[in-house]
Design a protein around this ligand. Sequence first.
Ligand code: DGL
Length: 265
Amino acid sequence: MTGQPIGVFDSGVGGLSVAREIRALLPAEDILYFADTAYCPYGGRPVDEIRERSLLVVNRLVGEGAKVVVVACNTASAAALETLRAVIDVPVIGMEPALKPAVTKSLRGRVGVMATPATLRAERFDRLVEHYGNGAEIFPLPCPGLVEHVELGEVDGDGVEETLKELLGPIMRAEVDTVVLGCTHYPFLRAAISRIMGPGVSIVDSGAAVARQVQRVLAVNGTVSVSGDGIFRLLTSGNAEAVGKVASRLWTEPLTAETVDLASV
Ligand code: DGL
């Protein structure tokens, strides 16, 4: 890495959907990405465990010199953002389901929110609905099992279509006209979700908004990298070969992953 990287973290490869927005907006920035694959998925785990893993990972990213950390995971943000901000001394940018833009966009005020069970259970989600629901009918849709498809690189094909058709049933019957992708793994399934929901349904996620927030924070802190091509480095707590293979598919460029033992920090 040349300068100080932007640290990006998710339970697995899902946060690459956010990292690609950061890459597109800030191509000169180095990105250090951590996939906590050994503990993926986070969505069915207790809050304390998600918090503990998030702290370990973020400490590692900061130890590697990250100038800012992006929690590219709605589940970890819901569970751990306050804790992280209290103990980490670089800016920590989190994310939440893009409810506000979805409610603005929805013509009939019927919005489905796909996310992990942990994200939808969190108090943070209730607050989001309270602040931005604006009278719209919000249909939370927990999607257990979906992250696992993406972790295997299955973003299209019969298996994932079948899982999606079953999962999306409730929000199709509710006749939502807008769907929020409230988990960073789901943007990789956008085409399949859109095909099943039909052409009249808008699909929104928060990746681009997070990238803009990163840009603002770097500008305020005077830490923007302006020249050269940024380097992308991929760390994982899982199997480097398997993670590298799936990540390359999602990133649409060859990537090599390095396995890191967080316990040794
Ligand atoms: N990608 C994550 C999110 O945005 C979490 C997926 C999981 O590990 O359950 O919520």
